[in-house]
Design a protein around this ligand. Structure first.
Ligand code: OGA
Ligand code: MN
Length: 196
């Protein structure tokens, strides 16, 4: 599974894996998000971080919770361990030199979206690989909310689409791949992370 992801990343700049987390594993993360929502800890995401942070709901409309390495739940530990397995495989196979992960739990409500963007625009951040693990049971095509992936040097050309089905991982090179979250018609949950 991990080596297939490495091969696809090398060939295409992006990859997907439909059984990255088991049912029990993603269900435990959904329960985490529910607890965080109940505790009012899921907050509107900004565009940019730290000094250039701004809220702009016309660009992205999700609620997020940044994982805190001192307070990871058992569900988060399992998912982070799986992502770390991916990290070591990619370093071995592709020499990506991935070191650390920053990650948040993510909730787009109905009519949520994220306009086309790159996660590391012209090398302005140290993000190398973007990873999203989806947590949505019985997703239907009519629910929208696809991840749309565009060509590195031609952001008008669609390379691929990923439905945000529970257990699926999508990953891509943060500097190269323009992408967008199409408008979702139902709640859309994920764990989103970037390796630096
Ligand atoms: C992001 C992003 C894609 C997705 O958070 O930067 O592009 O499918 N997410 O949620
Ligand atoms: Mn992105």
């Amino acid at each position: 599974m991990m080596v297939k992801i490495a091969d696809d990343l090398a060939a295409y700049g992006w990859a997907k894996c439909e059984d990255f987390l088991s049912n029990d594993e993603w269900r435990a993360l959904v329960a985490d998000i529910q607890r965080l929502k109940d505790a009012n800890l899921m907050r509107p995401a900004g565009v940019g971080r730290a000094t250039d942070f701004q809220l702009n709901a016309s660009v992205r409309s999700d609620l997020i919770y940044w994982l805190d390495e001192h307070e990871t739940s058992s569900a988060q530990k399992v998912a982070l361990a799986r992502l770390d397995e991916l990290r070591t495989t990619l370093n071995r196979e592709l020499y990506l030199g991935l070191r650390e992960l920053e990650a948040h739990l993510t909730h787009y409500g109905p009519s949520g979206h994220y306009a086309k963007h790159v996660d590391n625009f012209q090398g302005q951040s140290s993000r190398i690989l973007s990873c999203i693990v989806y947590l949505n049971e019985s997703w239907q095509p009519s629910d929208g909310g696809k991840l749309l992936i565009y060509a590195p040097n031609d952001p008008e050309r669609l390379l691929g689409e990923v439905e945000p089905r529970a257990g699926t991982l999508a990953c891509f090179l943060s500097r190269d791949i323009p992408h967008e979250v199409a408008t979702t018609t139902r709640d859309r949950l994920s764990l989103t992370g970037w390796f630096r």
